[in-house]
Design a protein around this ligand. Sequence first.
Ligand code: SF4
Length: 382
Amino acid sequence: MSYGDYSVTPWEAKGKIDYDKLVEEFGVEKISEPLLEQIRKITGDLHPLLRRRFFFAHRDLGLVLEDYLSGRGFFLYTGRAPSKAPMHIAHIVPFIMTRWLQEKFNVNVYIEIPDEEKFLAKKVESLEEVEPYVKQDILNIAALGFDENKTFIFRDSEYIGRMYKPAVLVARHINFSTARAVFGFDGETSIGLIFYPALQIVPTLFEKKRPLIPCGIDQDPYFRLQRDIAPRLNRFKTSEILAKLAWGLTGPESKMSASEPETAIMLNDSPEAVKRKIMNAFTGGRATVEEQRKLGGAPEVCTVFHWYTLLFEEDDKKLEERYWACKTGKLLCGECKAELVKRINNFLSLHSKRVADAERKVSKFMYDGKLASEMWNWEFKT
Ligand code: SF4
């Protein structure tokens, strides 16, 4: 939906997002310090994405923690819609959060691969176009270290036999006027996309426990609908922890987009491509070395600093030191970017080894691991 200077839907975000306003518009809550403390008490630490407030808002996170402490437990659900290009580093941020939560809380994770979504949203011209990326995406996700026996990765086109009946029940409870108001559907929207939210809601019904969804705030509309109808299907309302949208390399208002390669670091980029992209990235640096030395830079608007904050500097003290070295002109952009290039290339090199290893494990995640085997016999019962 459009909110004046910017618009946010599950398929597109444009303009400079005012997150304070968005929290109000969406009716979600910011993650408070006491909630973070509660998580820290249970898990022993806090992931940088939480303590740096990149995951900044939520629905019912307090109830999730109550369920955990009472022994009822909860489960995690997230997903990735394959497109006509490989995944980039912004795509893996919610998965990194999900994996951390699985490790700390020892819970099941369901990962939906909606291989029809981009086609229905008219982002690709044929279903075949996404096919080469489906397997690649699954391997990229499997490589992030999920528990093979507590994780089920499934693609809609393959698992639809189990999903269809509950999707029909979900769809029956959602009126078109509600869906239109939530998603901004119009006369040009395919009827497939209008039904599609029902499929995205089905995994929230997999267990009679509270689902927790780590995702970008742009995905919240789906789960607002779920929360309307869940009690009628004798299931818990979905809870969420919601992230801001990661910046692209061309500025704080840009998003990483596979269709604009210079905005994004793709997971299969060569070391040379990473270097070229980071060296050309938008920074908060000054026009000349002299000015930078004298006036300092502006890490708050720097895409390089943003990516240090998100994934490439875990140590808070070192991050702060980098911030002040920039602010006071002690650090120059060339040096700062070269270090990020090195860190990203190390990460991608390690990731590609893990992807090769994931080839061996993928059938456990999808078909014959403990949870996957159970899910192929799953039937929805209220
Ligand atoms: Fe950004 Fe680093 Fe340059 Fe500061 S020194 S503006 S953090 S690239």
